[in-house]
Design a protein around this ligand. Structure first.
Ligand code: FES
Ligand code: FES
Length: 164
């Protein structure tokens, strides 16, 4: 066992882990963060995406020990208790989810994209949006609703930044 320190959702905690333990398993089992979903466990579906030092990362392909001393954010940190981040709201209004299993991964993948587009003050075309989410698989929605949700989140975010 190795003792590491993980700052998860703004709380720093020391945990003991075996070197072979995956970040996804440690977050789910030792931190109780069940919003970190595991789909394929081999880097293909994006369900397990979390942020490590602000960058989306597949927690099923990351050893927990690689994150020693790093800041990690999971879906539980997004949007408050009612999940009201703009992107989460847009997923609901634009029917970007059905069973919801893939949704935490999509949200964690797409948040930086929405922020980037807002910073650049532009609406991406459909190909750019589909490219941004190309590492995530949804088995329910057919993706149209997800693309619409990303568009809405960017539109709302741009509108917000224009308010005095
Ligand atoms: S569970 Fe990690 S990419 Fe599928
Ligand atoms: S909403 Fe069911 S897998 Fe995406």
């Amino acid at each position: 066992m190795i003792t590491i320190t993980l700052e998860v959702n703004d709380v720093s905690r020391r945990v003991q882990v075996e070197p072979r333990r995956l970040l996804a398993d440690v977050l789910r089992e030792q931190f109780g963060l069940s919003g970190v979903h595991i789909g394929c466990a081999q880097g293909a579906c994006g369900c397990c995406t979390v942020h490590v030092e602000g960058t989306p990362r597949l927690s099923c392909l990351t050893f927990a020990v690689q994150c020693d001393g790093k800041a990690i954010k999971t879906i539980e940190s997004v949007g408050g208790s009612k999940a009201e981040h703009m992107l989460q709201t847009a997923f609901r209004t634009e029917h970007g989810l059905q069973c919801g299993y893939c949704t935490p991964g999509f949200i964690m993948t797409l948040m930086p994209f929405v922020e980037q587009m807002t910073g650049e003050r532009r609406m991406p075309d459909e190909a750019e949006i589909r490219e941004a989410m190309s590492g995530n698989i949804c088995r329910c929605t057919g993706y149209h609703g997800i693309v619409a949700a990303v568009r809405k989140a960017i539109a709302d975010s741009l509108e917000d930044t224009e308010r005095p």
